[in-house]
Design a protein. Structure first.
Length: 245
């Protein structure tokens, strides 16, 4: 019902117009006041939200986020220690991997080792032929330009070279190394001074001794390793036989 209709009803009921207007005004004011009053639950919710909002605002104002850098302090991203060290580790691994995949060129002073010489002998080559092929092998790969002169495994390259040479010469593979006089170098028997000297030489140079064949010996480039002085054997006079009593 509108306010004017309410006033008309009060006048029709015998109330003076002035008094009817005053009453209508009081009723309107009372309605507005009651509408603006919050319930107790709504008021508690309003106060809780206001308090929580103030708490969050104060925390963000007083505490600095770890992800925010103050103007007078350097950023954590500017610290070179951790990132630089990790970068170097990854760089070293990448370089080692690339070096292994690229291979190497032959050593200018390359010479076949004792096992590599023995392999050539077992393929059927004689001592002079092994020396000649070693010189040809070294000079060929030293003069090979570009990536063609780079190999991953020089031992395998030498073995393939020897196999090809033996086939061209029509040689047949020999059996395992033995004491044959046809083999190059010197054959040291098991337990001999020569074998002990070569084992000491190999252990000092490579950390391990030479292999053994089925007889316990091995064939070496020479009788004695470089720099070794053989033990002088002293003549021991024979012990006279005891006369039986």
């Amino acid at each position: 019902m509108s306010l004017s209709a309410l006033i008309d009803r009060m006048i029709a009921a015998g109330m003076p117009p002035g008094e009817a207007g005053s009453v209508a005004a009081e009723i309107y004011a009372a309605g507005v006041a009651s509408a603006s009053v919050r319930s107790p639950g709504a008021e508690r919710t309003r106060r809780w939200r206001h308090k929580a909002s103030q708490s969050v605002t104060e925390r963000h104002t007083n505490e600095t986020s770890p992800n925010v850098t103050e103007r007078h302090k350097p950023s954590q991203c500017d610290a070179p220690a951790v990132s630089y060290r990790d970068t170097n580790i990854k760089k070293d691994k990448r370089q080692n991997s690339e070096r292994a995949s690229r291979g190497t060129r032959i050593d200018p002073d390359w010479s076949p080792s004792v096992p590599e010489r023995d392999f050539a002998f077992r393929e059927g080559l004689s001592g002079p032929e092994i020396e000649r092929e070693a010189s040809r092998f070294r000079d060929y790969w030293k003069g090979r330009a570009g990536s063609g002169g780079v190999k991953l495994d020089w031992k395998a390259t030498w073995q393939n070279w020897i196999r090809t040479t033996a086939e061209k010469l029509g040689r047949s593979p020999r059996s395992a190394a033995s004491g044959s006089d046809q083999a190059p170098g010197f054959y040291a028997k098991f337990g001999s001074e020569e074998q002990d000297a070569w084992d000491a030489y190999a252990k000092a140079k490579n950390g391990k001794t030479f292999p053994r064949d089925r007889n316990g010996g091995w064939r070496y480039p020479a009788q004695w390793p470089p720099g070794y002085q053989p033990i002088e054997k002293q003549d021991v006079p024979p012990v006279p036989a005891m006369r039986a009593m």
